[in-house]
Design a protein around this ligand. Sequence first.
Ligand code: NAD
Length: 316
Amino acid sequence: MSEKILVLGSNGQIGVELVSALRNTYGENNVIACDIRRPDYDVKNSGPFEFVNVLDKVTLNSVFLKYKPSQVYLLAALLSATGEQNPKLAWDLNMNGLLNILDLALIYKTAKVYWPSSIAVFGPSSTKVDTPQSCVMDPNTVYGISKLAGERWCEYYYQKFGLDVRSIRYPGLISYKAAPGGGTTDYAIHIFHEALRKGSYASFLSAETELPMMYMDDAIRGTIALMDSSASQITIRSSYNFAGVSFTPEDLAAEIRKYIPEFKLTYLENDPRQQIADSWPRSINDSFAKTDWGWKPEFDLAKLTNEMLQNLKNNK
Ligand code: NAD
């Protein structure tokens, strides 16, 4: 049977690249992009698009009825920094959006559901270096709280109802195609744009703030690898730790200077995102993803810097 795949939240930083990767594999008409925002050129012109608000159960139901999806990817969410500006909306969207999809997936017998979690599930008391899959988790952002609760719901629907839900705890994702959606790691994207545009950047995170990051190509490849794995390979039904590369703003600036020697990095003070970053891990242990479904990142800091600068230059 051919797959029918719904991607909800298709026009964001991850969605535009995931939709295009899925359409390459499964065919343009079998991947339905859905968002509350008008799609950008690539998403709109390469296959079907529907306006869908994941909090609107009536429209959601009609889209499930129309397409009877075999797979659903739920990407619609409010991210860490934006979530702090509107905590109630973040909770509503991140939680009720997920519950709506899990319930419809049961009703319409969707074979597989993908929902991303985040390193934001960890908090100030979590192990900071080589953070294991399970440890003390005390997230102190509404985003992290909603992601941790969402992970528990995913496992609950798997255990109670046998729904095949799969999830990854993404680190900060670095890409050039779509703008980042308001996360704490966005500096690591803005820095490339500003380095090329004016040769300098003022970072909202401090020089020594080390965070787990990943180039988007790795994230998309890993996501699809998890979804393509057989259910018997998957031992974690909350969400998998998932690692690429960890670095500080200074590490990134040093790499950028190999291409733009005069690049100048300065630092802003008292940005609220610093506090969020300080509560997150510096590096992640992803041994379960490696063992269970063969995860291996391909992009280190040098390779992702090269790709970002080349692609942004070519897109100008
Ligand atoms: P984004 O903000 O770039 O995109 C989210 C998309 O969802 C947007 O196109 C937005 O219009 C859409 N949306 C918002 N509310 C909606 C609603 N009510 N109904 C339908 N669509 C709606 O986010 P992203 O970076 O692509 O992230 C996607 C998922 O991955 C989120 O769950 C996020 O928490 C997770 N994640 C992202 C990162 C990252 O670095 N980008 C890291 C960790 C986890």
